[in-house]
Every structure is written in C-alpha cells, then in structure tokens.
Ligand binder design. Structure first.
Ligand SMILES: NC(=O)C1=CN([C@@H]2O[C@H](COP(=O)(O)OP(=O)(O)OC[C@H]3O[C@@H](n4cnc5c(N)ncnc54)[C@H](OP(=O)(O)O)[C@@H]3O)[C@@H](O)[C@H]2O)C=CC1
Ligand SMILES: Cc1cn([C@H]2C[C@H](O)[C@@H](COP(=O)(O)OP(=O)(O)O[C@H]3O[C@@H](C)C(=O)[C@@H](O)[C@H]3O)O2)c(=O)[nH]c1=O
Ligand SMILES: [Mg+2]
Length: 283
C-alpha cells in the first residue's frame, strides 16, 4: 500500500507496520505532535493519502492519571481530528483502541457492543477517541486489542525478562485475565482492514482482536520465562497486592468473532508469536 499514511514511527505497532508496508509514509512526533490535533489533520490534508492508520497513542497507563490533558489530546482529540480529515477526503481511517475501555467485571468475553466503563484516564481518553472517530461521518474502523508485545518498545515481555534477570522470584498478578497480542499480528490486521475498507465502503466499525488463549499475567510471565530459558519463579498475587496509580480491568477477555466474520481475520496464537519475539530478542 504505497498511498498509506501511518501516524507513529517508533511504537510497537508502528515498527511492525514499517516491516510489513515499508512503502507507506510514517509520520513521527517531529512531523506531527498528537498533542496538536490540527497539525495531524493538516498532515493528512497535505498528503492526500488513500488510507490512514493511527498507530500512535499515549500508552503510559499510570502516568496518564496525572497527565490527563495531554492524554486526552493524544488519545481523543487527535484521532478525532484525523478521522474528520479522512472523512473530508473520503478515505478510510483505521485506529487502535484497548480492552481498558471496559470495567473488567464478570468473566465472559466482551463483544463490541458491550457496555464500556473505563477505570482510569488512559481507558477513558481512548474511549473518548473512539466516540470522536465514530462522530466523524467518514469510513472508519477501530480495532480494540489488548496486552501488546513485540521486540521493540516497552511491554510486559521485555519487563519480565529484565526483572527476571535481576531476581530469582517475581510476584505477578493472577486475577487479571486477557489475550496477549503481538504487534506484528495487529499490524497485519489493520493493513488487511484498510485494504478491505478501500474495496468495500460498507466495511468498518469497532472490532475486537486479541491473541488466544486468554491467560493471567502470571501465566503469561511463566511462558515468557520458559521460552526464554530462564528459571525465574512466579508467585501469584491478587491485584490488591500490587497497588498502582491506575486501576486495571480484571476481565480483559475480548470476543473476537466479528472480525473473523467481517474481515476473515482469526485470533492469533500468542504462544507462536511470543516464540518469534523471544528469538528476535535473543538474536
Ligand atoms: N501497548 C499495549 O499493551 C496496548 C496498546 N493498545 C493501543 O495500540 C496502539 C499502539 O500501541 P503501541 O504500539 O503499544 O504503543 P507504544 O507505546 O509502543 O508507542 C506509542 C507511539 O505513539 C507515539 N506518540 C505518543 N505520544 C505522541 C505524541 N504526542 N505525538 C506523536 N506521537 C506520539 C510514540 O512516539 P514517541 O516514541 O515519539 O513517544 C510511539 O510511536 C495504541 O493506540 C494503543 O493505545 C491497545 C491495547 C494494548
Ligand atoms: C512489572 C510487574 C507488573 N505486574 C502487573 C501490573 C499489571 O497489572 C500487569 C501488566 O503490567 P503492565 O505494566 O504491562 O500493564 P499495562 O501497562 O497497564 O498494560 C496495558 O497497557 C495498555 C497500553 C493497554 O492498552 C492494555 O491492553 C495493557 O497492555 O502486571 C505485576 O504483577 N508484577 C510485576 O512485577
Ligand atoms: Mg505499560
């Protein structure tokens, strides 16, 4: 896709997009700061791309609690401005959102129309972004995903390998359950969606996409250590024993049937993707 414009250069998903569609135009912070929504719209207006993917966001969940103004500009106002600019050009806009728009109650996987109820500023501003995009009147899609990992940037896999190398035993929450998702699988999904939307103007809307099977962070950590050949022990703790500025949902399970039906995209097995990422980290 040579006429594709991507917001983000250095993030996990942006880096995987650069591998997948190197011919796309990648817009970094130096070219458009998402704290300045009008600047983002101006970049789209000047470039006149055939489709836009937004892979940039304010993802520091705890920091967002004390930095709400910036988090809102980046996660809500800028995506809204991007979607409006795409609507003006009549081109598809694909955005990425999060399991943190939900309150995490119960233990059933959530469908796209399940009631939202973010527990913190990050989730609340991401939800505001979804709503601003939906109000744009153009052709848009929002991919809600969870627990992203890759060989680049900050993520739980890299944190575990760093902490596990320093300590024989780690305490990890076992009552938060979700689907770890590789940035590579997300990149492939959003490119597939953008292409399909170009071909069919009726396609779009919110779609859930997460790796399978669902696991707790503690179980995820155990597989990270096993595949890394590390002997680090995992002690299971409840969320109440791991206080953080932002509350996090306990149940992050996403029902991913709609994306299979509408776009032919299946849930990726995170264990296979994790093995590939660990191989890359070891190389
Ligand atoms: N990480 C996760 O676990 C999850 C992420 N998501 C969503 O997936 C998407 C991609 O996330 P991921 O790849 O992990 O994100 P990362 O945190 O790895 O990267 C974020 C990207 O956004 C850019 N960015 C942040 N602030 C600004 C700004 N003010 N102006 C311009 N660029 C900015 C960063 O640039 P710079 O390097 O210059 O700061 C970076 O390229 C996001 O929408 C996120 O909300 C959804 C579920 C889980
Ligand atoms: C480092 C560490 C974390 N934890 C817990 C904290 C948290 O509940 C869980 C995961 O830690 P993280 O810092 O990766 O959590 P967090 O940054 O909140 O991850 C989230 O990021 C945003 C951007 C999303 O959209 C979500 O899908 C999710 O991936 O593990 C432990 O229990 N022990 C530890 O030693
Ligand atoms: Mg984090």
């Amino acid at each position: 896709m040579s006429d594709l414009l991507v917001f983000g250069r250095t993030g996990q998903v942006a880096m995987e997009l650069a591998r997948l569609v190197p011919e796309a135009r990648f817009v970094g912070r130096g070219e458009a700061d998402l704290a300045d929504p009008a600047a983002c719209a101006a970049v789209i207006g000047a470039a006149r791309p055939a489709a836009v993917i937004n892979a940039a966001a304010y993802t520091a969940v705890d920091r967002a609690e004390s930095d709400e103004v910036t988090a809102r500009a980046v996660n809500a106002l800028a995506p809204g401005a991007m979607a409006a600019a795409c609507a003006g050009l009549g081109v598809p806009f694909v955005h990425i959102s999060t399991d943190y728009v939900f309150d995490g109650s119960g233990d059933a996987p959530r469908a796209e129309d399940a009631p939202t109820g973010p527990l913190g500023v990050y989730g609340a501003t991401k939800l505001e972004g979804e709503r601003a995009i939906a109000a744009s009147g153009g052709q848009w899609a929002v991919l809600r995903t969870s627990w992203v990992f890759s060989a680049h940037g900050n993520n739980f896999v890299k944190t575990m390998r760093r902490l596990g190398a320093e300590r024989p035993r780690l305490t990890i929450v076992a009552d938060q359950v979700g689907g770890p998702t590789s940035a590579a699988a997300i990149a492939a999904a959003v490119v597939t969606m953008a292409r399909a939307m170009q071909a069919d103007p009726a396609l779009g809307g919110i779609h859930h996409f997460a790796g399978a099977p669902d696991v707790s962070w503690a179980d995820f950590a155990r597989v990270i250590f096993a595949l890394s050949g590390m002997a680090t022990e995992v002690e299971e703790i409840p969320t109440s024993a791991y206080p953080t500025p932002a509350r996090r949902p306990l149940n992050s399970r996403l029902d991913c049937t709609a994306i299979a039906r509408d776009f032919g995209i299946a849930r990726p097995d995170w264990r296979a993707d994790l093995a590939a990422v660990i191989k890359e980290l070891n190389a």
